[in-house]
Design a protein around this ligand. Structure first.
Ligand SMILES: Nc1ncnc2c1ncn2[C@@H]1O[C@H](COP(=O)(O)OP(=O)(O)OP(=O)(O)O)[C@@H](O)[C@H]1O
Ligand SMILES: [Mg+2]
Length: 249
């Protein structure tokens, strides 16, 4: 059974970095197929993974619609078939995983359309992969709009700030009515000490781990380097342990 892991949380708490570190850990098993999805129109996941984006989901969607041509209404199935064909090309695996970015609609394009596609896509592609890691957009909108309707693991990330924790709680509350997930967990990141969050009020949201500030992550970001290549440190080891438990590996 495939695992679909969606990351969400306040802006800047480390969703993209942790998404990349999850891919880093999962790809150690060469027998597993991994799909990494950048669900944030502001992008960034590809840089953290050290790859270039060929075509975004929005570009594919636009091309598929524009080459539709005949004016006759294509059935949903036919459209999906063509979309699938185009996707197969965009999804070529590099560095041991496939990657897809949703991208940003050009001009006055509507996010709802691209989000709708993302939703269909996740449902459609899930069976071909063992793991899907979705780096979500900051805040509750995508959860609210049911983009990630069905995942197995909802991983909420927060720093030590009250705001970060409040956003994670709100996302969990919204998720309870607008999506399906098997497990939810709160992962603290960028702590200066484990005590930073000792008495944190998580409102029943289970804390699955605490990660400290990491020089490796900080330096990779400054140098624009991939997090797949950073040396192991206390944070990567802590994260590996957390994921083994959370994902039941
Ligand atoms: N454990 C860590 N140690 C040091 N720096 C970190 C750590 N986690 C994240 N960072 C840094 O914090 C910044 C924000 O991280 P990141 O981009 O992963 O967050 P995000 O939640 O994806 O942000 P956004 O909401 O803008 O997408 C980056 O500069 C990143 O390098
Ligand atoms: Mg991000």
């Amino acid at each position: 059974m495939e695992k679909v892991i969606a990351l969400s949380g306040k802006g800047g708490v480390g969703k993209t970095s942790i998404s990349a570190l999850i891919v880093r850990m999962l790809r150690r098993d060469p027998g597993k197929r991994i799909l990494a999805i950048d669900g944030d129109p502001a992008v960034g996941f590809s840089t953290a993974l050290g790859i270039e984006v060929k075509r975004t989901l929005d570009q594919i969607r636009t091309d598929v619609i524009q080459t539709g041509g005949s004016g006759e209404k294509e059935t949903r199935t036919a459209l999906l078939q063509r979309l699938e064909y185009e996707l197969a090309d965009a999804l070529t695996e590099r560095r041991g995983f496939a990657f897809l970015a949703i991208g940003r609609p050009e001009g006055k394009g509507c996010y709802c359309k691209i989000n709708e596609f993302l939703k269909l896509l996740i449902a459609d592609l899930a069976p071909s992969f063992d793991y899907i890691v979705i780096d979500g957009e900051a805040g509750i909108e995508q959860i609210n709009r049911r983009v990630m309707e069905k995942v197995t693991h909802l991983l909420l990330v927060s720093d030590a700030s009250r705001k970060g924790i409040a956003v994670a709680r709100t996302i969990r509350d919204v998720a309870q009515t607008s999506m399906r997930y098997d497990r939810v967990g709160l992962l603290f990141n960028r702590l200066t000490s484990y005590d930073d969050v000792a008495g944190a009020e998580t409102g029943g949201l289970p804390v699955i781990g605490r990660l400290l500030e990491s020089d490796g992550i900080r330096v990779a970001d400054i140098q624009g380097k991939s997090l797949l290549d950073i040396p192991e440190d206390a944070v990567t080891r802590d994260l590996d342990r957390v994921l083994h438990n959370f994902l039941d590996l």
